[in-house]
Design a protein around this ligand. Structure first.
Ligand code: GLU
Length: 333
């Protein structure tokens, strides 16, 4: 009997020891985080890649590994981060504003209170690309044309709608398409659309692709009193310029004037503070390397990276900013 009890005790101790080891291994297990971006020929995708590369240099120190996913864009990223399908996402500053204030796609659902910002990234311009044969020289020429406004889930769809509205053009005045920006250059080159909208940083592979085919193509300026009115009305729009030098094969030789927003990195309130802290710290402390990873990032500074945010900062990001004494706008705390 005693022998049996001894054996049972040994088994019990051994199994609880194994359990404890398993537990502690679980706590230290590497955590995988995914960053939602956009089309592979956009700028979110390489910028997401740059963030994950910087963080992954310290994977062992933090026990975190980041990967990047190509997605339908800002609105998809915000919704998927909130429902737990992604840990981080890149989203336009106007879409972040709308999500936190329960506007646009979130009008019915109301304020997305779990949304958190981490930092802002590069400037994005609302870019209108048109075939020269279409005769489109501005927004007012879009009536009657076949125009890709953007896929559901993208950032640009609402930018296109805002612009049409201030020029009093309704969607029934044109033949709207709702495909991903990555598919628009070939549709334009095949003559199946006359123009497309894409809110994107520059230079972007999508715009290079659109302007280097057989069909001559221009980047069209978006200007006029309607546009100044829109900038005055919406807090997130500002003037923006697309340098002609980025797209030497486009027909326009002058820079295109338009409106722009900022790209921002978002997450959700429930994500582990230590993970958000690690990502924020690594990007900020390796800013020179980060800026060198894409031309659109070249001008970033820690101060500029706190601009254009409307969702409160995630506690992990805030911990880092407070640690280095960065001035954080009160509304973001
Ligand atoms: N601004 C676009 C969007 O939110 C994505 C641009 C990009 O992928 O660089 O859908």
């Amino acid at each position: 009997m005693n022998k049996i009890i001894t054996i049972l005790t040994i088994l019990l101790v051994a199994s609880s020891f194994a359990f404890a080891a398993g537990e502690s291994e679980g706590a230290n297990a590497r955590k995988y985080v995914t960053i939602g971006t956009g089309g592979v020929t956009g700028v979110y995708y390489p910028v997401g890649g740059a963030i994950s590369r910087i963080l992954n240099q310290q994977s062992d120190a933090y026990n975190v590994k980041a990967t990047v996913e190509s997605t339908g864009g800002s609105v998809f990223n915000i919704n998927t981060v909130l429902n737990g399908g992604l840990e981080f996402g890149i989203a336009q500053s106007d879409r972040q504003y709308q999500a936190i204030n329960g506007m646009a796609e979130w009008e019915e659902a109301g304020s997305q209170e779990g949304l958190r910002s981490v930092f802002s990234l590069h400037a994005e311009s609302v870019t209108l690309v048109a075939s020269s044969a279409s005769g489109i020289n501005g927004i007012s020429d879009l009536a009657g044309k076949r125009v890709n406004l953007g896929n559901v889930g993208s950032g640009q769809l609402q930018n296109a709608r805002d612009l049409l509205e201030v020029f009093s053009i309704t969607e029934s005045d044109l033949q709207p398409e709702f495909v991903r920006a990555a598919d628009a250059p070939s549709l334009l080159q095949d003559g199946r659309i006359d123009a497309f909208f894409y809110t994107v940083g520059h230079p972007s592979g999508t715009i290079t692709e659109a302007t280097t085919g057989r069909v001559p193509v221009s980047i069209v300026s978006i200007a006029g009193s309607e546009v100044s009115g829109l900038i005055a009305e919406k807090p997130y729009y500002s003037t923006s310029t697309i340098p002609a030098s980025y797209y030497p094969n486009a027909e326009n030789t002058a820079d295109a004037n338009t409106i722009g927003v900022l790209a921002t990195l978002i997450t959700r309130e429930s994500l582990d503070d230590d993970i958000v802290y690690a990502l924020t710290k690594e990007v900020m402390e390796n800013l020179d390397d980060f800026r060198a990873l894409h031309p659109a990032l070249a001008l970033l500074t820690p101060e500029s990276m706190l601009g254009g945010l409307s969702a409160p900062l995630h506690a992990g990001a805030l911990r880092y900013y407070d640690e280095i004494g960065l001035e954080v706008p009160a509304a973001l705390r």
